[in-house]
Design a protein. Sequence first.
Length: 740
Amino acid sequence: MQQEKLQELLADMSLPEKIGQLVQLSGEFFQSKDISYGPLQKLGISQETIDLAGSVLNVTGAHATKQLQDQQMAKQPHHIPVMFMADVIYGFKTVFPIPLGLGATWNPDLIRQAFRTAGNEAAASGNHVSFAPMVDVTHDPRWGRTLESPGEDALLNSRMSAAMVTGFQTDLADKAGQVSCVKHFAAYGGVESGREYNSADMSLSNLYQNYLPPYKAAVDAGCGMVMTSLSTLNGVPGTADKWLLQDVLKKRWGFDGILISDYSSVYELVKHGFAADDRDSAMKAINAGIDIDMKSPIYANELQGLVEDGSLSEDKINQACWRVLELKNKLGLFENPYFGTSEEAEKKINLTVDKRALARKVAAESLVLLQNKNDVLPLTGTEKVALIGPYADEKSLTGMWAVHSDPADCVTIKEALQEVLGERLTYSKGTDISRDKEKLRGLGFLTDKMITQVVADDVTEQKHHDEALKNAQAADVVVYAVGEHSFEAGEAGSKTNLHLPDNQVNLLNDLHGLGKKIVLVNISGRPLVLSNVTDKTDAIIQAWFPGTEGGHAIADVILGKVSPSGRLSMAFPYTEGQEPLYYAHLSTGRPQDGSQHVGRFVSRYIDAPTAPLYAFGYGLSYAQVDYGDIQLEKGQLKAEDTLKFSIEVTNSSDWEQKETVQVYFHDDVASLVQPVKRLVDFKKVVLAPHSKQIVTFAIPAVHFSFYDNQGESILEPGTFHLFVGTNSEDVTSVEFEIRQ
Ligand code: BGC
């Protein structure tokens, strides 16, 4: 539609119609004879609000969306199409690993392809906007939503963020992509003590340096929408933070797309004690810049009154409504309200062989080999393998947020290993994911009946246990697949105990007693505490929730089809008490190494190591890769210069190896204390067997700046240390200087 026509449309719309465009409701509000969403008016909104709603949350499927589109357009006075928005967070029907695993690939190009694929599938099923990427940097794995984040680091998350947005939006012009909605603005990942919906309180320097960059990367990559956070930042709820939404996002970063609140967060402003009543909530949210109110009655019930009594100018509503109409117009919905929706396309493009192959590749790159004593892995494929454990033949490999997929489409570890090992593989469940009914009840999703399906009776459990030991006894190697329940991670999955469940550890102890080689495969949505299992196992593979093709990817690594190349996107703690634990912590006056104080009076714990069990960036491979010295082109540069350097990386093995060369730095002296190390660049290179490669970098000096507490980026002259290596701890270093 021409801009003038769109303006005419806006001018012709009534106030309730315009407000309707700012209201998003979920599927259950819309009645239809074929779609049984049911008449749920529990929000206290009128039928007119439902009829005029401008967008719909989490209804997908070509049939359902087309029908709902027809129904809503018929009801709207100007027949304005609705926009369908959904949580397509790491795949649609073909599910990729959880974002924490995607971060562990350190391969933004690959992730761009994954998101393009997810966008293609979601578009065919009628969806227009995806509520992703979620790029909240997090330092605390107690937070359940760690699962949805690419990790603990601003740069890694920023690169992933840009790749995800670009991937989603690549095929938009062909009606085969998704408008990307980055979330949750801002610093939701910084919630204190990892407790869900808690508040974040931090210096502006920390905010700008560590939390804001990934959202900015999404904005720079052209994301069409931004979702605010349910949490508060420095005392202000994300949904009403005028400074954040107006000054930072719009003015400073130039974002001109749509701002949407998170689920019911406008309504929650009263609960926060930030608004006096619903009317006040509406005022605060619209004045902060929220265009669409997701799943709350506030805009629907309050905005009209505020305009009519002169408290709010109609122009505010017009501006927000215009942004919504503009996006609908950009998508071409006025001409073709179905966008890329098609039942045929849906059948043809979902879960194709190619998409599964991509999911397998991504999953294999996300796996992190944490331990491999005496090169127990890879297996040759001739061993007798006892596959044991609650995740050995489990289809739930997609994690909590893969809400549009069917677990039945997942390839289990057993199915995949059997393809290669055939008769040489035995299987036994060994034990349940959890035997703790109270804990399972606390997850909030499982009915008592479902719990009895998760927790076997004692006789069955004993049978599984005995069978596991018998199979292990007869095998050369045990593959033990364990982990947390998929509902333990994800939204509202915060927890304080990050150990594997006792029943899983008890069985491991019994298996260890048999003296067999043990390969532990850990399925989890967060870093777990594995310090109590390292000495009972020979190899450990961190497998996240690896997605639809997870079983194949795990088998590919176990059997040496690929050499693992995943590197941790978040540190694994030695114990929960170390959290929040992250590599880029500030220098202290009494570092454990290098202080004039010895023994007690240094920055450390008296009962645990200071360092993590596995550091950020860590991961083993089958290949032997060695790093040479850093070759700096010039050791002194000016602020406008670029630091150029290279490093020789040697693969002296028979394996082809993907190696992530990680570059960190430390600003030796600054007017604000700086992190001991900060990631400033990385490259994932492919090393042929028995080859050397000179990996080169060119980093503009401004990238060695830091943010002050006014949010200004400053580059202070002086000496710096550059670190290059295979993870945040194993590095070689060199000094350089930036001069005025
Ligand atoms: C989550 C968002 C999500 C929204 C819609 C909220 O509970 O915080 O991440 O996009 O629901 O499903």
